[in-house]
Ligand binder design. Structure first.
Ligand code: SF4
Ligand code: SF4
Ligand code: SF4
Length: 461
């Protein structure tokens, strides 16, 4: 006779919120996952038949988590899918017809090598391969076939500035009529070679510059050496000298550098070449780093730190979830700077009124114009050397539209983004299915970024 499990009939210590699918952190097989609320925090619990039970913190604030769910807009279909639906998400990438959003931003990883050795590297950039131009040409054409006129390409790696044909690749991407090019860089070569900064300044590119704070000890933990801080400083001097539009991108690890967010924002506000900052809470990438999935920084923690450290120059309420991916993937805000005064855009317009898609399905004129402009700003593909973003900004803020206004805004709009990527503890197929940031593969397929990092990167090596 079967033995049934006896219990003491207690109440569960959590509220069961929803069922989703995730992956086992050990074998990466797809498993069912429960989203649970305990106290004011949201956790993901899952069980792998072979490796046991796992639980990880998803959000430290259930109210912010639930509130964000309303900012979810209908997805757009790409012009072409790259795979069929066969086994179910996340095994059919892609993109497969079950995917819920087209590509807002594509990543082109042109090398698997790097001149740093970061403990937090999700690209696992320890190789020495450089993609050849023929393969890159094919990959870019695949992106164009899927998108028509693609919005944003991030040239990435590894460290893309190591590629001997970097400038040919930039030229090639421009020739495909991709609207905006970004270079994701750690800045080491920009520190060592001023001429590289000079040449990049002439290429109509934006830099996505890894910068984790102002203390050398941070770089010792995250980037392998205290000395990296000096390289960052030198790189910033060169970037500033040639005025290359730049977003500072900080990985934030709990107890290490979340105290830096205010200073990073202040630095950005004071330096015209810095157009914005992006904060990425550290994710679990491998067993070599000390990491507690139950005690990590999550999106609400970062936003609350920003409020605290900027003395409410930017408040928690200024951050609105991004509606093109799944809305727990990203929150952001914009501000404009006039005569040294910084005003978050949310103080001018009730953005929630327009981007809460469940409450506002019936908005009528003139709201659609404003909503469209807001959608332009609250898009993963919004970049700073884009006239359309500045026009949207003008529209939202009611600034009289003319050439001078656009020119002025170029140097006086500032954006703060908080982007918690998924790791094996937080991986949720709902977020994967609506991801709008995709990695172009040498065979032309597009794979959502977090899916690629958690599942496919190792398989494809
Ligand atoms: S992540 Fe998207 S493309 Fe990949 S299997 Fe899921 S639905 Fe398909
Ligand atoms: S700089 Fe970037 S690619 Fe290089 S090791 Fe660090 S995280 Fe990885
Ligand atoms: S990359 Fe990850 S965090 Fe960003 S939109 Fe895609 S699934 Fe969400």
């Amino acid at each position: 006779m079967k033995n049934f499990l006896k219990t003491s009939r207690l109440e569960k210590d959590y509220i069961f919120l929803e069922l989703t699918r995730s992956i086992c952190p050990v074998c990466k097989k797809t498993v069912d996952a429960q989203v649970r609320v305990r106290g004011e925090k949201v956790y993901m619990f899952k069980r792998c038949a072979e490796h046991g039970e796992f639980e990880g913190l998803i959000s430290s604030d259930v109210n912010m988590y639930r509130h964000s769910l309303a900012f979810n807009k209908p997805g757009r279909v790409p012009l072409e899918y790259g795979s069929e639906v066969k086994h179910g998400c996340p095994e059919d990438c892609g993109l497969c017809p079950d995917h819920q959003q087209h590509t807002c931003v594509a990543l082109l990883e042109i090398t698997d090598g790097c001149n740093l050795c970061c403990t937090s590297c999700f690209a696992k950039a320890t190789g020495s391969k450089y993609l050849d131009l023929k393969t890159i040409d094919f990959m870019l054409d695949s992106y164009v076939r899927c998108e028509g006129s693609p919005e944003v390409l991030q040239i990435s790696g590894g460290e893309p500035t190591l590629h001997p044909d970097l400038f040919k690749i930039i030229e090639m991407a421009h020739s495909k009529k991709i609207k905006h090019l970004m270079i994701n860089t750690n800045g080491v070569r920009l520190a060592e070679d001023e001429d590289l900064a000079r040449r990049l300044a002439d290429c109509n590119v934006e830099l996505y510059f890894q910068f984790d704070g102002f203390e050398p000890r941070i770089y010792e933990v995250l980037r392998g050496s205290k000395e990296v801080f000096k390289l960052k400083q030198r790189a910033l001097e060169n970037i500033s000298k040639y005025n290359i539009p730049t977003t500072l991108v900080a990985t934030l690890a709990k107890g290490l550098n979340e105290n830096q967010v205010g200073e990073i924002i202040n630095y950005g506000l004071k330096n015209k070449f810095v157009k914005g900052v992006t904060f990425q809470p550290m994710i679990y990438v491998n067993e070599k780093i000390e990491f507690d999935p139950m005690d990590r920084l999550t999106l609400p923690d970062v936003i609350k730190e920003i409020d605290k450290q900027t003395k409410s120059l930017f408040k928690v309420s200024d951050f609105i979830p991004l509606p093109c991916p799944y809305p727990t993937c990203c929150s952001l805000t914009y501000a404009f700077i006039k005569d040294g005064r910084v005003t978050p855009i949310t103080r001018k317009v009730d953005i929630e009124k327009y981007l809460d898609y469940f409450s506002n399905t019936l908005i009528t004129t003139p709201a659609p114009v404003l909503r469209k402009a807001l959608e332009g700003l609250w898009s993963a593909s919004a970049t700073f050397n884009s006239a359309s973003v500045l026009k949207d900004f003008v529209c939202v803020c009611g600034i009289p539209f003319n050439k001078d206004a656009l020119e002025h805004l170029k140097d006086n709009v500032f954006r703060i983004v908080v982007k918690p990527f998924m790791d094996a503890y937080t991986f949720d197929v709902k977020r994967a299915m609506k991801c709008c940031i995709h990695v172009i593969q040498p065979d032309g397929k597009l794979i959502p970024f977090c899916v690629y990092n958690n599942i496919y990167r190792d398989r494809r090596k």
